[in-house]
Design a protein around this ligand. Sequence first.
Ligand code: ADP
Ligand code: AMP
Length: 219
Amino acid sequence: MKLVFIGPPGSGKGTLSKILATKLDLSHISTGDIIRHNINHKTPLGLQAKQILENGELVSDDMMMELVKLTLTTQENKTKGYILDGFPRTIAQTEWFMKIFEVDYYVFFNISKDTIIERISGRRIHPTSNRIYHIKYAPPNVENKDDITGENLIQREDDKPKKIKIRLAVYQKQTFPIIEYIKKHATNYCSINAEQPEQTVANEAITMLNISHPQEEAK
Ligand code: ADP
Ligand code: AMP
């Protein structure tokens, strides 16, 4: 199965991706995670992208298309299937993507601005594994420590209040219009109520995408 998750920052794309990728044995391809990995390893792409990310802006379309093409065309991802989380994010990326790749569903995440702000400001991540926590909704077992390694969690630079405002404006201007574009050019899309608790969102996605529940599999 090939899925594309589209929604504002903080809408829960990464969280749902991890749940479904585990359940369906799909690759979780988060363009944000790939860029942060490059930044941490000081690769040429990482060095170019660092300031842009920290400012809350978007990396250039050319750079992103190159990165996505390289990632999605590996044999593993082609055969295993994937959840693409964070791409496309502009009309140019969408046009390019829809010309080259076929997917099962584009999934739109619907959520209010107030919830987004609460989610982003409470998000903490474990940078080496990309595990996602929330101080209130998905707290670690020990405050500020990763459950598996015990290492410190961090707050992303672009999750700080000033940057959240910029990212929401960037989303509204550059990414929101792709929803209409996809609706106009495809029929395989659906929307999810991302406002609900994590497990409810996951159950809704499982039902909507016609994925069997674990209890049914056990029968
Ligand atoms: P995105 O990938 O869309 O930026 P994340 O999956 O990283 O969003 O989620 C943003 C924050 O909100 C994280 O701290 C995560 O733990 C939390 N979160 C995600 N989904 C839910 C949910 N359904 N209810 C409450 N908190 C959630
Ligand atoms: P995310 O982890 O999805 O919130 O992405 C973090 C940041 O990575 C974004 O704010 C952008 O700077 C960059 N990024 C991720 N995906 C894209 C994309 N498709 N186009 C441009 N920039 C991106």
